[in-house]
Design a protein. Structure first.
Length: 154
């Protein structure tokens, strides 16, 4: 609702609005990490489902590439740039098959794979945020990440 109102599009304010979109998810994650209900929910999530969930990120990459061709995100955050997260997307089915169907991977290999995937995701998020048109922008000045301020990409 906030993004539909155009709140994040305004970039010429004393305090940039774009970082405010990060605060609710961070508070939500902290809530889940420290409350009993949250810990119970997280503990009850099926690891197999979470592993397969990485496959959803393949269409996300396709959308990023499409947004790049329409000049609303920089090439930097696509497969052609510094988005090495394609490894996690493509390897998810392999990890699922060998880890849960064939049971040839132990839980430590799957855990290490998840940490690598998390690092790759944080990498692209880092570049996406620092490519947005804010006072903190460090990358992609010729084509900033403006899609991040619009619904549904916010």
């Amino acid at each position: 609702m906030v993004s539909l109102s155009g709140f994040y599009i305004v970039t010429h304010t004393t305090f940039p609005r774009l970082p405010l979109m990060i605060l609710p998810p961070i508070l939500f994650i902290i809530f889940f990490a420290i409350t009993q209900k949250g810990k119970g929910f997280i503990g009850g999530i099926n690891i197999q489902t979470l592993t397969l969930l990485h496959v959803v990120r393949i269409p996300v990459e396709m959308v990023l590439f499409w947004l790049c061709t329409h000049k609303v995100v920089p090439q930097l955050i696509t497969l052609e740039g510094r988005d090495f997260d394609i490894f996690s997307r493509l390897s998810a089915l392999v990890i699922y098959y060998f880890g849960f169907v064939k049971k040839q991977l132990n839980k430590y290999i799957i855990l290490i794979w998840n940490f690598i995937c998390l690092g790759l995701l944080l990498n692209v998020v880092f570049y996406a945020l620092l490519s947005a048109p804010t006072p903190f922008q460090q990358f992609a000045f010729n084509q900033p990440n403006i899609a991040i301020a619009y619904f549904p990409f916010v």
